[in-house]
Design a protein around this ligand. Structure first.
Ligand SMILES: Nc1nc2c(c(=O)[nH]1)N[C@H]1C(S)=C(S)[C@@H](COP(=O)(O)OP(=O)(O)OC[C@H]3O[C@@H](n4cnc5c(=O)[nH]c(N)nc54)[C@H](O)[C@@H]3O)O[C@H]1N2
Ligand SMILES: Nc1nc2c(c(=O)[nH]1)N[C@H]1C(S)=C(S)[C@@H](COP(=O)(O)OP(=O)(O)OC[C@H]3O[C@@H](n4cnc5c(=O)[nH]c(N)nc54)[C@H](O)[C@@H]3O)O[C@H]1N2
Ligand code: SF4
Ligand SMILES: [Mo]
Length: 892
């Protein structure tokens, strides 16, 4: 009998909210995931992604041993080869001819070792991270204003604020637990006002008191106008500005360049809405401005950040409860990576590469033979250098740049051309891993141990509770092994993550004396037992001082600039260089959906999460759809001079005219041509180097499909020789959307190939054809089980996907049942649930609509009747939408 495994406390591997989880392994091997009520970040709440974690832990597709040139090898051989090629390349071409590209999903300990190896021992700044695509503008903005990358606020400020302004943040989908916390605060204090600034009417915007659907890219003009308005209205905190800031005059002069009518013109907002927002901001002392990628991912992202911070400085609204600018981080350890120096222009512990004093402190502490003496290449430039051949060996860990960097086909070309590519990942096949000469199997979440820092500077433990599968190893171990083999055995002796954290903590205190914000030296002597027991805490925590959670920075008006004053930054408004025109008339905006995480390597395995949105799409305004000949649910080619993508049209009024939105998630693994980053503009912010991921001119045109198909399959298909396909796992197999410009020669042959059947016994293949109507249907059964069904039509196939996905698990004992399936009809005993709205309890839109029709008039009533919305709550807005739609229908 298996011994009972005690409950483990850990941290969610997804977003920067950093929710605490309790994990338990059942006797049957299953895993139970629950929110940790004792964790201050979530107090027991989770969202759909967190609560579906157990479904993503299977070993299918995992990389379980090292692979070299396509063949399995021993760890020694792989590590020796990596060390050898890196050493040789450095010997022949210098330290800047090699690079690491890492991730905000690595743990702090992993990050620390990789950074130490590159900056202190190889002696190059060439380690950058996907946080360049994510947090770099916030970092640069903080440094310009505060002299350090300090996030002043804490989550409790959202509960205490009277006005919360969300800029370029779809909090409801991207940080659901924080959003629920905000909504709970609003329920308790309805006077709490929420303003959302986003070109799209997102789920977040639907819950706002005021939604400003500004023109993409125009935030600087909006906030410059606010700065001038606050000054004009006498909202300046004169004493704070005089004693604790510098540079107001220049910032104000630039802000005053634009009149209100000009701002209205630039932002596309009407003057009344602008004034309403400005007035709300002016009137409320307790205001939090929380921002995310609509701000950071822009060619003027750093100016957007500073334009926001300027307003808080002018009004003196920073460092006190319930107020302040608040950058919400994306990845679970985006913040930890910034602390540890993962960006190419930083050292470790918030020290700077261009500061000789900091370089000396770090080099001495590491007893390093050298130290990088200049910033390394930032992500976009790094891959350009790979393509140009000046970087000849690259090691990619915990990120999938062939899908997530802009101009992604160019990144792919760079990797194809690179003499030596190492990839550490948990999966065997990703769009990036395909290009690796050496593939190293990393331990995944649940197997590895370490620490992460969330958006409010809270450091929490991730704890392993599953055995390391195959030969997988933690990332820190892999980097340390290579460091040893490159000749620096003494510097990379680590045997446990606890030792690494202790060393890192000591470095944070080295020659600090309160001069640097990041100080966790209290942990400098942490033992393995204390590390195991470490409970979540917020930094700073200097040695010899008590823990001081929920501390706000800058309460004393002291900043980390040389004169300890915060700086106003003049932020002149300017339009993005690449604008839409005749050839590419629409602006492509990109981002996230509720139930998928990035390149879907984990969330794409959960049928429940796939039930929400199962296909890559492009959202387009009805007027633009008509203008470009796009019918709802048809397929669309999105195109510009960099490349193209084929996506399903989602025609929707939520989208601003002149713009389209597509999710970044889909890869070549799950769809034929849905990597949107192929199109995306690689222009970067001149200060932060963060790319313009939300603003790319594109053209749209219909995909000239001759036929559309929908299939469900018991086994994953191997060959898909059609122009368009998208795969999604369903409970007992796979769902497949298909289309092509040409008709197959023989539909029967096509169907057999798709189902993976020949003429074997025991398989019954039913077919229905209406050639005139272009309709073809096939269903194959083995015994009483469905092994494949295909529906083909001239128009997008009108078969309920939610119903169809469930048929693979059904027993088909009668001929009637089989024919009914072929007809694509729901049996009376099998109601069609509609698209999954509540991923936690698997409740579909039709079930919710039925509950509403049956008298449930509130979200709470729907929850009581169907369970929908009763767990994480991130679907509550969608439930409300269904209720609203029903009441409008009734009224009409
Ligand atoms: N479900 C889910 N959650 C996630 C992730 C995920 O993959 N899936 N990823 C995590 C990560 S790493 C990150 S970085 C965060 C990102 O979290 P968010 O930044 O909230 O998410 P995005 O969808 O990237 O973009 C936010 C919004 O910016 C808007 N926007 C675009 N252009 C502009 C503009 O010019 N001005 C303004 N004001 N807004 C604009 C977009 O319309 C979009 O709604 O999410 C984290 N959480
Ligand atoms: N167009 C557009 N592009 C974007 C964005 C956007 O909004 N629009 N957002 C950008 C942002 S903010 C981000 S953060 C990036 C995210 O983009 P990526 O970082 O490329 O996306 P992920 O899918 O999270 O990649 C993580 C990889 O690490 C692997 N992995 C998981 N766990 C581990 C582990 O423990 N160790 C190792 N070694 N590997 C592991 C996974 O299998 C996966 O291959 O995308 C960016 N790209
Ligand atoms: S909000 Fe959801 S994805 Fe983010 S940390 Fe919490 S459970 Fe994980
Ligand atoms: Mo991110």
């Amino acid at each position: 009998m298996t011994a009972a495994v005690p409950e483990i406390r850990s941290t969610c591997p997804y977003c920067g909210v950093g929710c605490g989880l309790r994990l338990r392994r059942e006797a049957d091997g299953g895993v139970v995931v629950q929110g940790d009520v004792d964790h201050p970040a979530n107090a027991g709440r989770t969202c759909s992604k967190g609560s579906a974690l157990a479904e993503t832990l299977g070993l299918e597709g995992r990389l379980l041993y090292p692979v070299m040139d396509g063949r399995r090898v021993e760890w020694d051989a792989a590590l020796d080869r990596v060390a050898q090629v890196f050493s040789d390349t450095i010997a022949r071409h210098g330290p800047d001819s090699v690079a690491f590209y890492v991730s905000g999903q690595l743990l702090t300990e992993d990050y620390y070792v990789a950074n130490k190896l590159m900056k202190g021992f190889i002696g190059s700044g060439n380690i950058d991270t996907n946080s360049r695509l994510c947090m770099a503008s916030a970092v640069a903005g903080h440094k310009r204003a505060f002299g350090s990358d300090t996030v002043p606020g804490v989550y409790a400020d959202l509960d205490l604020a009277d006005l919360v302004v969300l800029v370029g943040s779809n909090l409801a989908w991207c940080h659901p637990v924080l959003f629920q916390r905000l909504m709970a605060a609003k329920t308790e204090r309805p006077e709490l006002t929420i303003v959302v600034i986003d070109p799209r009417r997102t789920m977040t915007a639907r819950n706002a008191d005021l939604h400003l659907a500004l023109r993409p890219g125009s935030d600087v003009a909006l906030f410059n106008g606010l700065l001038a308005y606050l000054h004009e209205q006498g909202r300046m905190d004169g004493a704070f500005v005089a004693d604790h800031t510098s540079g107001l005059d220049a910032a104000l002069a630039v802000a005053r360049d634009l009149s209100l009518p000009e701002i209205a013109e630039i932002t596309g907002l009407n003057q009344a809405d602008l004034k309403r927002f400005y007035d709300l901001f002016a009137r409320h002392e307790r205001v939090v401005t929380a921002y995310s990628q609509g701000v950071n991912q822009s060619s003027c992202g750093t100016d957007k950040v500073n334009a926001i911070i300027n307003c808080h400085l002018l009004a003196g609204r920073i460092g006190r409860p319930g107020m302040g600018p608040f950058s919400i981080t994306g990845q679970p350890n985006a913040m930890g990576g910034r602390e540890v120096g993962g960006l190419a222009n930083q050292l470790a512990c918030h020290m700077e590469l261009d500061n000789p004093d900091h370089r000396r402190v770090v080099q001495d502490f590491w007893a390093a033979p050298r130290i990088a003496d200049k910033p390394g290449l930032k992500a976009v430039d790094l891959f350009r250098a790979v393509k140009a051949g000046s970087v000849k060996a690259i090691w990619i860990a915990g990120t999938n740049p062939v899908d997530s960097l802009p101009d992604a086909d160019d990144v792919q070309a760079a990797l194809r051309a690179c003499p030596f590519v190492v990839v550490s990942d948990v999966l065997q096949v990703t769009d990036t891993a395909r290009h690796a000469h050496v593939l190293l199997p990393a331990a995944a979440w649940g197997e590895k141990s370490g620490t992460v820092t969330n958006s409010e500077r809270r450091i929490s433990r991730q704890r392993g509770f599953l055995p390391l599968p195959g030969e997988a190893k933690p990332d820190w171990w892999i980097f340390a092994q290579v460091g040893r083999r490159m000749g620096w055995a003494d510097a990379f002796t680590y045997e446990t993550p606890a030792e690494i954290l202790a060393e890192y903590a000591r470095l944070s205190g080295a020659e600090n004396h309160g001069r640097r914000d990041f100080d966790i030296s209290a942990l400098g002597g942490i033992t393995a037992e204390d590390y195991d027991a470490l409970t979540p805490f917020q930094w700073p925590w200097p040695a010899g001082q008590p823990r001081n959670d929920a501390r706000r920075f800058f309460a004393d008006g002291q900043f980390y600039t040389p004169d300890r004053k915060a700086r106003f930054i003049a932020t002149p408004w300017g339009a993005a260089a690449e604008q839409p025109g005749d050839e590419y008339p629409l602006i492509l905006n990109t981002g996230r959906i509720r139930d998928q995480w990035h390149t879907m390597t984990r969330t794409g395995r959960s049928p429940r999460l796939m039930g929400h949105i199962a296909e890559p799409f492009v959202e387009i305004h009805p007027a633009d759809a008509v203008a470009h000949g796009i019918a709802p649910a048809s397929l669309v080619i999105l195109r510009n001079h960099r490349g193209h993508a084929i996506l399903r049209a989602l025609v929707s009024e939520e989208q601003q005219r002149g713009t389209v939105f597509a999710p970044l998630h889909w890869t070549d693994q799950l769809s034929a041509k849905a990597r949107v980053d192929v199109l995306v503009n690689p222009a970067t912010d001149p200060i932060s180097g963060q790319p313009e991921l939300k603003f790319t001119p594109v053209a749209v045109q219909p995909y000239a499909a001759d036929w559309y198909g929908f299939a469900m399959l018991a086994d994953k298909p191997t060959l898909l020789p059609v122009g368009y396909w998208t795969l999604a796992p369903s409970r007992d197999g796979w769902r497949l959307e298909l289309a092509d410009e040409n008709v197959p020669q023989d539909w029967m042959v096509f169907a057999r190939a798709l189902f993976g059947i020949g003429g074997e016994d025991g398989v019954e293949l039913l077919a229905y054809h209406d050639a005139a109507a272009g309709q073809h249907r096939f269903a194959a059964f083995r015994d009483d089980r469905l092994i494949g069904a295909l529906f083909v039509a001239r128009q997008p196939v009108a078969v309920s996907r939610a119903w169809a996905a469930e048929q693979l698990g059904v027993s088909f004992t009668t001929a009637t049942a089989r024919l009914r399936l072929l007809a694509g009809r729901t049996g009376a005993d099998q109601p069609d649930r509609g698209a999954i709205v509540c991923a936690c309890f698997d409740v579909g839109a039709r079930q919710i609509a039925a509950a509403v029709a049956g008298g449930c008039g509130t979200v709470e009533a729907v929850t009581a009747a169907t369970q929908a919305g009763g767990n994480c709550g991130s679907c509550r807005s969608e439930i409300r939408r269904i209720i609203d739609a029903a009441s409008i229908q009734k009224a009409g």
